[in-house]
Design a protein around this ligand. Structure first.
Ligand code: SF4
Ligand code: SF4
Length: 134
């Protein structure tokens, strides 16, 4: 699919989207690939961000679980006042569904229309208008 077509995509329903929000996450604009503090993601919505990031391709964690690193093979793009990391979760199955839905990380569990303003969401997400990068 071409880039232009992809950017015009808009989903009203998660079922038609195929889990785009499980294929990436946001990081602060000035971040380096090498050493992003996990503490940035530790809040009322997520108490153990290490688990979320361990599930994502191209991500490694420091031994003390204080930082994560993004492999140079992973694309990072500008999204408003944030950056978006194209890193798919290993737990997303071929049907675009979470294979560990009942035990998914808090960051995934707590993502709703009401909390979307705390997240950076992919283009076309039904919560895009409420999200952090707007
Ligand atoms: S929350 Fe947004 S990105 Fe995630 S599955 Fe639903 S429409 Fe897609
Ligand atoms: S754990 Fe499940 S809900 Fe969370 S990003 Fe991965 S596939 Fe998506």
């Amino acid at each position: 699919m071409g880039k232009e077509k992809e950017s015009k995509m808009s989903y009203k329903d998660c079922a038609e989207c195929g889990g785009q929000c499980c294929k990436g996450f946001g990081i602060p604009l000035m971040s380096s690939r090498f050493g992003i503090p996990l503490a940035l993601y530790k809040n009322a919505l997520e108490t153990q961000p290490a688990r979320y990031f361990l599930y994502h391709e191209g991500i490694t964690l420091s031994q003390d679980l204080k930082l994560f690193f993004i492999d140079k093979s992973i694309k990072i793009k500008h999204m408003g006042s944030y950056l978006y990391v194209d890193s798919k979760c290993f737990m997303l199955n071929d049907q675009g569904q979470c294979s560990i839905y009942e035990t998914r990380p808090d960051m995934c569990r707590n993502f709703t229309k009401e909390t979307a303003h705390l997240y950076v969401v992919p283009k076309g997400c039904k919560y895009e208008d409420s999200a952090k990068h707007k």
